[in-house]
Ligand binder design. Structure first.
Ligand SMILES: [Zn+2]
Length: 444
């Protein structure tokens, strides 16, 4: 695949290439740390935590010895907090790294756009995000390069190209671009792998299967109007029930699921009827529909979005404000009715905002205590990954610190359960580990 080829070439010679098969087992021993396990209201008393390979092997107050022959790295915690890596359930690794103007600049190439995405992925890991769900865009190549150790970044659950109807939220054509159906030419967004403009059952099936073929962990469909776009009003419902069902059936045949972009009651209820398992956004829902999500066990992936920048068109700013006004009720009702809640940032086309990815978690203080907010961005966020079934690229436990879980860990200078603000500043993350490998260690 063209994207993979580029990223692999770009990062050749990186220090994180995989070790030869006969090298000793790698182990890391965290000594004297207090653990936030992803679920509890409080930290454990001081313990030692042993990671062997990519797995947490043991946690205990007594001294732990590493297996014979292992090469052990000791980290003296001095009572600092060991917690699960952060999870952002709604990112666009490639689209978050460039502005819209940069994407359509005739000088830009797929290679240059992807290179910015790869660098942004590296920054995400350094902010403490060890896993992200990519909800649209060409992230397959970057994911592959990271997983093979040739690039640095979080675990990525890719969706591939967003699937949108003509005139839908993922119809990103320039004002001058005409419909492929009538005029024969795919749009720039489709060429670059950002979106599929697919109408009718047949095209939706093909678009879904095309993403699955390239390694999608889940399928992203646009089921209603959006805030960040100039052409589709917020109130519109997108895709007929039958088209939505086509995506769900094709995903289900690959034993994975569909998540939809949807804000409104009508688009969300139609999606639930079609068998969709996750709703992205939902800030304009009423209380009854949020109750229905809880009854049906459908996940709600919510964000506390920022207002559109003053440079955005007036209709975009108005739409964004309407969504922001609905956010308070959505979080309150989701909490009250015990909806399976997920959290994400959904930063898009505004690279200057990306440095605030971890800071965005602090907005959750409006609705949650620090332990509840941290549980949401670790343990709770990880619950959605099981829906990918055999398409889950990282089977194993994520979002928790417990024996047998995958070793995605942050060592935090201080107690984030008492002071949530600590996680917003990456200088407080003194160790960052993903899959048992250390990517940052300032204690050395
Ligand atoms: Zn999004």
């Amino acid at each position: 695949m063209r994207s993979a080829v580029f990223v692999l070439a770009m990062v050749a010679g990186c220090a994180h290439a995989q070790a030869p098969a006969n090298s000793p087992v790698q182990a890391v021993l965290f000594e004297n740390v207090r653990v936030f396990d992803g679920k509890s209201e409080r930290l454990t008393p001081p313990v030692n935590v042993l990671v062997v390979g990519n797995t947490i092997q043991s946690i205990g107050a007594l001294p732990i010895t590493a297996p014979a022959g292992a090469e052990v790295t000791r980290i003296v915690g001095n009572g600092r907090t060991l917690m699960p890596g952060l999870i952002d359930n709604h990112v666009h690794v490639v689209m978050t790294a460039s502005t819209q103007a940069e994407m359509v600049d005739p000088q830009a190439t797929f290679t240059s756009i992807e290179a910015k995405g790869a660098e942004e992925a590296r920054q995400m890991l350094l902010r403490g995000f060890t896993t992200v769900r990519d909800l649209g865009g060409p992230s397959f190549g970057i994911k592959k390069a990271i997983d093979s150790g040739q690039a640095v970044g979080p675990r990525i659950y890719p969706s591939g190209a967003m699937i949108s109807q003509t005139s839908g939220h993922g119809d990103s054509r320039l004002p001058t671009e005409r419909s492929r159906r009538f005029f024969g030419k795919p749009s720039i967004g489709e060429e670059l792998g950002f979106n599929f403009i697919a109408d009718g059952r047949d095209e939706v099936l093909t678009a879904t299967r095309e993403n699955l073929r390239f390694g999608a962990a889940q399928i992203k469909v646009m089921a209603g109007g959006g805030a960040a776009t100039a052409y589709d009003p917020l109130d519109v419902t997108q895709y007929t029930l039958d088209e939505l069902k086509a995506a769900v059936e094709a995903a289900d045949d690959w034993n994975t699921y569909v998540t939809v972009h949807a804000y409104t009651v009508k688009s969300v209820r139609r999606s639930i009827d079609a068998g969709v398992k996750v709703i992205e956004h939902g800030q304009l829902l009423d209380e009854d529909t949020i109750k229905l999500l809880a009854q049906k066990g459908v996940f709600l992936s919510l964000q506390a979005l920022d207002p559109a920048p003053p440079t955005a068109p007036a209709n975009v700013r108005e739409k964004k404000d309407e969504v922001i006004r609905g956010t308070d009720n959505a979080f309150k009702w989701a909490k009250q009715h015990k909806v399976k809640l997920l959290w994400g940032t959904d930063f898009l086309f505004l690279p200057s905002q990306n440095k605030n990815q971890a800071r965005d978690i602090l907005k959750l203080k409006q609705w949650f205590t620090p332990p509840q907010a941290l549980k949401l961005v670790t343990h709770d966020n990880a619950q959605v990954f099981a829906l990918s079934g055999p398409r889950n690229p990282y089977p194993g436990k994520l979002g928790v610190v417990e024996q047998g879980a995958l070793a995605d860990l942050l060592l935090v200078d201080g107690d984030p359960l008492a002071n949530l603000d600590l996680i917003a500043d990456q200088k407080n993350l003194v160790v960052i580990m993903k899959d048992g490998k250390i990517y940052k260690n300032t204690l050395k």
